[in-house]
Design a protein around this ligand. Structure first.
Ligand code: GDP
Length: 359
């Protein structure tokens, strides 16, 4: 049992980037909505600042894609950061890269690459985050006949030949544009080696077409190629602060994405503050109340005693009013060397301040 647990994989953290109006928000909404509708009773999908898509949902959706997704999923699911765009992405920094394991670059298939698409690729390359391209709005291709929520591999076969050709021409424009950024790419079902090619998945955030393929690929590729990175460590939690807030009844709180380890109530935590390092003790850990699933923007919180990464949680503790968004946060246990962790955060904060001043 212990050995099996030691090898447990955590959920990959997924971010969405791309040009304005290409459909990032709509895509995230569609994925969240799909998770709520298709999850097993009792499964939680809503977290703080993030949404969880359980593997049970991905397996159900990709039933028709068995050929593509032969493996049983070992990851528990996918954790999507709720806020898209590269401004927010810059807060997800960790030493030597990003806490994001993989990104979806959204491109309007009818418009192709725009300025922020190229910028997004540069940022992802800089932080060494692998990505897939969601070629969005396929329902707008002239002559497209929508088949709600179908896998792309099903719906494409039901389109007329000239519509299929139109889609492929648009996909190849994107391939050419990705080549300008120095990368090879192809439509996902034509790729043999996913380590050498960026996969393009045609989708519609409006009709849900292609979403099964997108989720199956995100899960399949992260599980296959990122095992080491996704292996869960049983130690004290590590995370990054997304936002500092004042919540009714809770005082100053921080919204945190945990990317590794376990966080427990009463844990000592170390994080960056406006006036230097803050060392404090957790008063409460909060997640959204389960019954509020359908209300995606407004929620009440419920207190929990512990949480395993990866997860999005709200933390209350004394002294958080000066906490710094974008700062790392580490839990400390009896074996940890507090001074060492404080120095480590100080070092990382220099990077945060540096990037914040240039970005
Ligand atoms: P963002 O700025 O990248 O987050 O883009 P939004 O998600 O706000 O989408 C911009 C506009 O495109 C909105 O009017 C959406 O309804 C629309 N849109 C997004 N995805 C699709 C799609 O797949 N098909 C169609 N027809 N419209 C879409």
């Amino acid at each position: 049992m212990e050995e099996a647990q030691a090898k447990r994989l955590r959920q990959p953290i997924v971010v969405v980037l791309g040009h304005v109006d290409h459909g990032k928000t709509t895509l995230l909404d569609k994925i969240r909505g799909t998770a709520v509708v298709r999850k097993e009773p009792g499964e939680m999908t809503q977290e703080v600042g993030a949404s969880f898509v359980p593997s049970s949902v991905i397996e159900k959706l990709s039933e028709k894609l068995k050929k593509m997704l032969q493996v049983k999923l070992e990851i528990p699911g996918l954790l999507f950061i709720d806020t898209p765009g590269h401004e927010y992405f810059s807060n997800l920094r960790k030493r030597g890269g990003s806490i994001a394991d993989i990104a979806i670059l959204v491109v309007d298939i009818n418009e192709g690459f725009q300025q922020q698409t190229f910028e997004s690729i540069d940022i992802l390359k800089g932080r060494k985050v692998p990505f897939l391209v969601a070629a969005n709005k396929i329902d707008r291709i002239p002559g497209w006949k929508p088949f709600e929520n179908e896998p792309f591999l099903e719906t494409i076969g039901k389109q007329k030949k000239d519509v299929q050709n139109r889609l492929d021409n648009q996909v190849y424009d994107i391939v050419t544009q990705i080549a300008q950024a120095g990368l090879n790419a192809d439509r996902f079902d034509r790729i043999k080696d996913f380590t050498k090619n960026v996969a393009i998945i045609p989708v519609s955030a409006k009709t849900g077409e292609g979403i099964p393929d997108l989720l199956a690929l995100l899960a399949g590729l992260t599980q296959r190629f990122m095992k080491e990175r996704l292996t869960f460590a049983e130690g004290p939690a590590k995370g990054v602060i997304l936002e500092v807030k004042e919540d009714l009844g809770l005082g100053h709180t921080i919204d945190v994405i945990l990317y590794d380890g376990i966080l427990r109530k009463n844990d000592q935590i170390v994080l960056g503050g406006v006036n230097g390092i803050i060392t404090t003790k957790i008063r409460g850990i909060f997640v959204p109340k389960p019954l509020q699933d359908m209300k995606l923007s407004k929620y009440d919180f419920t207190s929990i005693d512990e949480v395993y990464a990866a997860a999005g949680v709200k933390i209350s503790a004394p002294g958080l009013e000066d906490a710094l968004a974008g700062s790392p946060i580490y839990a400390v246990n009896s074996e940890s060397n507090l001074k060492e962790i404080e120095n480590k955060i100080e070092e990382e904060l220099k990077q945060v301040r540096f990037y914040n001043s240039v970005e």
